[in-house]
Write a protein that binds this ligand. Structure first.
Ligand code: GLY
Length: 585
């Protein structure tokens, strides 16, 4: 493993964290109650911890834990807070997956993925010449899937929550109302999206200054419309979003701007509780999500292949080990493209894909000294997956009882469709982009066009999100996940194998250099921290390499098996914060 150089971004965000090191928070409107939480990038904890991309949200989640709330209570509060403080991916207008493992080992997967509106057709984004319209598939109302986040958080809360719903929404509402100072990572994010946000007057009003320049570090971001929306959700619950005033405003705006979203699409949206996927690896059980995400399937299928090799003997981050990770991922991504889609529409052959016979046959084709060209494996596909980009955000939470939540949610691209629904403050997703939008047509330079993930009314688009929990001997070991589009399961694979194969600490696992192979484009993405001699050795094995500054953002909590204490490691690639209640000593 190579030590990660500290980027300016990380230094800036650490500087911002310093004043929050110990915070006395007044919470829930109860002026006599003082709640103390600690915020840092690395924490050791016993009474629970929250790790996410941004310190305000981490503090809000930890404050819920400090008041006796459980992991799901804290997850609801953290998710709503991130919609305010990390609007490029934290959201009310998108969707995601929440994986819950109760202290007794019982696990539940809450699927709140967006769905295609009823009026959506397989050729929604095609131009008359049959090619995909690159603007309509990304921007404006057409790529907006029916948002699932509010329903998903409500479903998780209804099943597992212990604190009143309003109490969990209120901190986010107050933060939107009062505003907060934009920090360096958020300023960078707004600046990157500013040109496209400026096409929407509502988005400009919130995230740009009156002169049209993006809000910068130190500016106060106040989101009055979002505060009013959150107040409705706080008072009326998800009904306000799906059937009430919020639904009316979203649909009115959609109708006036070329969208196809209807009141009935929103009213009929349902979050779904699913049985998680489980895989065994090196004596541990890896719990992850089933379709409509491909993340768990790609992760477990990759681990199944790796089980027959000796990554520990090769050494973490060695060329031989990174080659192996690339080769197993390449093969898992081929199965993703061939088979996977929304289980309500497609029969996903999970038993076969995750079975030992399949792993053995894939393993037999892997040459430790030579990359297998994707064209050799995927002759039937003649195609490519779009590059692994996109933005999403992940947080991990464990409470004092040992209940754990891994939650990954998204607007698809950073800032989704780059629109804010008029009068709501809600940034809307462009998740329809995750469908195979050019049916039957896959090109090496273009998109995958296989049938399982074609658009259909009410269908969930295939995801790569991969909230993951690992247990050993019935005891919680690791909670992790990441953003990063199709590189998500590759990032999670790195973190999980760093712990299970190489015995690294959660911090070192998070720091370990990451690679990604998604079948097509036929190249191995490597983080900039992969040393030159390792890259040379990968190239000599036949890999085309692409260097990336960073891959993913894996906010992770581990449990020290010796002490049972929690070890919270925020991923410092972008920003990231861990928070915990001040432990009773
Ligand atoms: N939109 C990113 C994903 O679901 O994989």
């Amino acid at each position: 493993m190579t030590p990660r150089p500290s980027p300016t971004r990380a230094l800036l965000s650490l500087r911002l964290l310093a004043p929050l090191a110990v915070v006395a928070a007044l919470f829930g409107g109860c002026a006599t109650e003082t709640i103390r939480v600690v915020v840092d990038t690395d924490l050791d904890a016993e009474a629970g911890a929250v790790v996410c991309v941004e310190p305000h949200a981490a503090r809000i989640g930890a404050t819920v834990l400090a008041r006796g709330g459980n992991a799901v209570d804290a997850a609801v509060a953290t998710a709503f807070a991130l919609a305010v403080t990390w609007p490029e991916a934290g959201n009310l207008g998108g969707g995601g997956f929440l994986l819950h493992r109760a202290a007794d080992g019982d696990a539940t997967f809450v699927d709140y993925r967006e769905t295609a509106p009823a009026a959506a057709t397989p050729d929604l984004f095609l131009r008359p010449d049959g090619t995909v319209d690159p603007i309509r598939v990304r921007l404006g109302y057409l790529p907006v899937g029916v948002p699932g986040t509010v329903a998903g958080l409500a479903a998780a809360h209804q099943r597992f929550g212990s604190r009143p719903w309003a109490e969990l929404v209120a901190p986010a509402r107050r933060l939107a109302e009062d505003g907060f100072l934009v920090d360096a990572p958020l300023a960078e994010s707004i600046a990157r999206a500013a040109a496209e946000l400026s096409r929407c007057d509502e988005a400009s009003r919130v995230f740009l200054r009156p002169d049209g320049t993006p809000l910068g570090a130190g500016d106060r971001l106040v989101q009055s419309d979002l505060a009013a929306t959150l107040a409705l959700v706080e008072e009326e619950g998800p009904r306000a979003f799906y059937e009430g005033e919020i639904a009316r405003r979203i649909v009115d705006d959609a109708s006036s701007r070329g969208g196809i979203l209807t009141r009935s699409d929103l009213a009929s949206y349902r979050a779904v509780l699913r049985e998680p996927l489980r895989g065994e690896y090196r004596g541990a059980t890896v719990i992850a999500g089933p379709p409509p995400t491909s993340g768990g399937c790609v992760l477990v299928e990759s681990l199944n292949q790796l089980e027959g090799f000796d990554p520990a003997g090769l050494g973490v981050g060695s060329a031989a080990e990174l080659h192996l990770l690339g080769e197993v991922l390449r093969r898992s991504f081929l199965d993703r493209a061939r088979w996977l889609g929304d289980p309500e529409f497609v029969s996903n052959p999970l038993e076969r894909l995750l079975g030992e016979a399949h792993a053995a046959s894939l393993r037999a084709g892997i040459d430790p000294s030579r990359a297998t060209p994707s064209d050799v494996l995927a002759a039937d596909l003649d195609g490519t997956l779009p590059p692994a980009e996109g933005s999403t955000t992940h947080f991990s939470i464990v409470d004092r009882h040992g209940n754990a939540v891994a939650n990954t949610y998204t607007l698809e691209e950073s800032w989704g469709a780059k629109i804010v629904a008029r009068g709501t403050g809600i940034v809307l997703n462009n998740e329809m982009h995750d469908f195979n939008v050019q049916p039957g047509r896959s090109t090496r330079a273009g998109r995958i066009g296989t049938a399982p993930n074609e658009i259909a009314p009410g269908k969930r688009m295939l995801s790569s999100m991969c909230p993951t929990i690992v247990e050993r001997d019935g005891r919680l070991l690791l909670v992790t996940g990441s953003p990063g589009g199709r590189s998500i399961p590759s990032t999670v694979l790195r973190v999980v194998t760093a712990v299970l194969d190489h015995g690294l600490s959660p911090r070192d696992a998070v720091e370990s250099s990451r690679v990604h192979h998604g079948l097509y484009p036929d190249r191995l993405d490597v983080e900039a921290t992969v040393p030159p001699e390792v890259r040379a050795s990968l190239a000599a094995r036949g890999h085309a390499l692409r260097e990336r500054d960073r891959q993913g953002d894996a906010h992770t909590i581990g449990v020290d098996p010796a002490t049972g204490r929690l070890v919270a490691a925020a991923d410092r690639r972008r920003s990231g914060a861990a928070a915990r209640p001040v432990d009773p000593r």
